[in-house]
Design a protein around this ligand. Structure first.
Ligand SMILES: Cc1cc2nc3c(=O)[nH]c(=O)nc-3n(C[C@H](O)[C@H](O)[C@H](O)COP(=O)(O)OP(=O)(O)OC[C@H]3O[C@@H](n4cnc5c(N)ncnc54)[C@H](O)[C@@H]3O)c2cc1C
Ligand SMILES: Cc1cc2nc3c(=O)[nH]c(=O)nc-3n(C[C@H](O)[C@H](O)[C@H](O)COP(=O)(O)O)c2cc1C
Length: 598
């Protein structure tokens, strides 16, 4: 039937829909019509409009398909991969976009074109979704990939020792297996936007001679982890801060805040285990200090991302002032011509140590240089939002979202330096606007079955998602046992959400709590010691199917807890060290051992 003959009687469409379809198709040429018909056919097979949400099994004629894989822990890589898929799709390519976690490794041999976006976490480790594929490619089982064309975009942070390591590993392995690179490895730092755009353009140019732009049969498979709202990192929601209240006592040596934010009519939804991304502005005291040291007055006009604004505005809203990065040390060493700084910048380890222990204001104070406003702004990285584990469940707090935020505060040489976002949240006033978005984390989820026992290890601010877990389980009326390990320096000062845990214990929603207040006695007691102490019971819980969660400090706590768990499995499970490692690895692969560490 021709479109002009189409009527609502002869189709499943309403009269209004028929009109709209006729209107649209009248504007299209033959090529566009063919593309749309292919797109709609594929979309209807997937059953969802736009980017359909299906598993990795849906494949189209692999020879003509661009497969885009992403391994992403905190959403950046997923965003870049999704954007690339959209661009490729708009150019008429058949695209298969899939998380590495959902990718069947046996499919590799059939691929002809693979574009990978992968970040690095831990200390040079693969993000959770990429672990299996990363392992597979490094194993003897990895096949020859002589027919594969590929390119990798690596995400990382140059202040880490193993910068973009996972991306480098993928590049090296694909290369060793015989695959051909169509565009060089892109190693992206924290402000990755411009470089990611360039890589997307490069790879789309490079695929032109390799893959036919089909014009039809366009299939795309999107992430099952896409955010459930329209608000994203680039397009955050302007929410209202309700409360920023100190949780720790007056005599505590840390300032930990309970923060409540109202999401209003945004329609934003989140799940227990997700994080909230928070944009922040730099403190006026810090901006003024910088202007004074640099002998600039703040009214100078500078350009940021094509926009012209005052230096003060750029430093307040657009540029990162509290986190240093190696490139700034190098750039400042050149500008200042200071021999000591040049020596630091010539040595990677010294540079890393310097950036971890100093801020931008320290650098410009210690190594004076004469710069223009433009020169200074060009050296600084763009401000990036920080993530916070969500400490509430919408079953209980509805349109609110709660966080548990430790104020980062360091005194060095008599000068107090604060963390950018934590200071912003700690000093925010009731009613103040705050720009936020939800970062879903499907690798930190309560078990589907509410009967399944859960063990939660969350010292310090690591307790945040477990408050969300408990609210969620209480709202569900879940019957499964729950066990919390919590720790902090002092019982009196630092027992975060103490009364809530006590109520959950009384109500039976929390079955057990083990506490480690490290400095309340002569020798330090941490959560890992409590795990060792309760090894027998913990082993019984694991054997009865419990899911195990760790949240909080990645540098020491998560490693020490992992070691304590290995010891428990050896001692109470009667396994060798190797078998114990295998046991925990199997728990991880079965999604029964999940970490949210930072
Ligand atoms: C998935 C995820 C979940 C997170 N959840 C939480 C949470 O629930 N609660 C929470 O408080 N934080 C959480 N964080 C950490 C949070 O995102 C920020 O990194 C933290 O608040 C510091 O940011 P800032 O802007 O205040 O400090 P920055 O401006 O980033 O740092 C300023 C300076 O302090 C140093 N620094 C940064 N953090 C620390 C630290 N902890 N101790 C000492 N020095 C430091 C930096 O190296 C830098 O020199 C989470 C991070 C991730 C990735
Ligand atoms: C806990 C943690 C550890 C990290 N470790 C590294 C690292 O070892 N090397 C690196 O280059 N980047 C590291 N990063 C930086 C991330 O790779 C970077 O933020 C990246 O943009 C995250 O991308 P994703 O959101 O797709 O996971 C780390 C980030 C976090 C939060």
């Amino acid at each position: 039937m021709l479109l002009k003959e189409l009527s609502s009687l002869a189709s499943p469409l309403s009269a209004g829909q028929v009109d709209k379809l006729k209107q649209l198709t009248a504007e299209l040429n033959a090529v566009q019509l063919a593309w749309v018909s292919g797109y709609l056919a594929a979309t209807s097979e997937q059953g969802v409009a736009g980017l359909p949400q299906t598993g990795a099994s849906a494949q189209v004629g692999a020879e003509q398909t661009i497969t885009i894989l992403y391994g992403s822990q905190t959403g950046n890589g997923r965003g870049i991969a999704t954007e690339l898929a959209g661009k490729a799709q708009a150019q008429g390519y058949a695209v298969n976009l899939v998380s590495m976690a959902d990718y069947k490794t046996r499919q590799l041999k059939q691929e002809s074109l693979l574009l990978l976006v992968v970040s690095t976490h831990g200390e040079g480790d693969a993000p959770d979704d990429a672990i299996e594929l990363h392992k597979f490619l490094s194993s003897k089982r990895a096949p020859k990939l002589d027919n594969l064309n590929y390119s990798v975009l690596a995400l990382g942070d140059s202040s880490y020792e193993f910068f973009c390591q996972t991306g480098k590993d993928f590049e090296a392995r694909l290369n060793a297996l015989g695959a051909k690179s169509i565009a060089p490895l892109a190693e992206c730092d924290v402000d990755y936007q411009a470089q990611a755009q360039q890589w997307q353009a490069d790879v789309l140019e490079a695929v032109k001679p390799l893959v036919q732009s089909a014009g039809a049969s366009v299939v795309s498979i999107a992430s099952s982890q896409a955010s459930s709202s329209n608000y994203t990192k680039q397009k955050p929601y302007t929410a209202e801060l309700l409360v920023s209240q100190k949780l720790t006592g007056r005599d505590s040596d840390r300032d930990i805040r309970h923060v409540e934010i109202e999401l209003g009519e945004s329609g934003i939804s989140y799940q227990a285990g997700d994080a909230l991304g928070v944009w922040f502005t730099n403190s006026q005291a810090l901006v003024s200090e910088l202007l004074q040291v640099l002998e600039l007055d703040g009214d100078e006009s500078v350009s940021v991302g094509g926009d012209s604004l005052s230096l003060r505005e750029a430093l307040t809203n657009k540029k990162e002032l509290t986190q240093l990065y190696p490139g700034l040390v190098t750039g400042w060493a050149e500008l200042s011509q200071n021999a000591d700084l040049q020596a630091i910048s010539a040595d990677k380890a010294l540079t890393r140590e310097y950036v971890n222990n100093n801020q931008v204001a320290d650098l410009v104070r210690q190594y004076p240089a004469k710069v223009t406003a433009e020169q200074f702004v060009a050296l600084l990285r763009g401000i990036t939002p920080r993530l916070y584990s969500i400490a509430s469940s919408q079953s209980e707090v509805e349109s609110e979202v709660h966080l548990t935020v430790a104020l980062v505060e360091e005194v060095r040489d008599g000068v107090t330096r604060f963390g950018g976002a934590s200071q912003f949240l700690a000093s925010a006033q009731e009613g103040q606007e705050v720009q936020v978005y939800v970062e879903p984390n499907k690798h930190f989820r309560l078990p589907e079955n509410p009967e399944t026992p859960v063990i939660m290890v969350g010292p310090g601010t690591g307790v945040a998602p477990f408050r969300a877990f408990m609210q969620e389980r209480a709202a569900q009326g879940a019957q499964g046992n729950t066990w919390l390990f919590f720790g902090n320096p002092h019982f009196e000062q630092d027992f975060l959400y103490q009364t809530e845990w006590q109520q959950y214990l009384q109500g039976g929603e929390l079955s057990r709590i083990d506490l480690a207040f490290s400095r309340d006695q002569e020798h330090k007691i941490y959560v890992q010691h409590k795990i060792t102490e309760q090894g027998d019971a913990l082993w019984q819980w694991l054997e009865s199917g419990a899911h195990l969660y760790i949240c909080g400090d990645a540098e020491r706590m998560a490693k020490d807890v992992h070691q304590a768990l290995l010891d428990v499995v050896v001692q109470h499970g009667g396994k060798s060290e190797e078998q114990a490692a295998q046991y925990l690895e199997e728990l991880r692969a079965a999604k029964r051992y999940q970490k949210d560490v930072y």
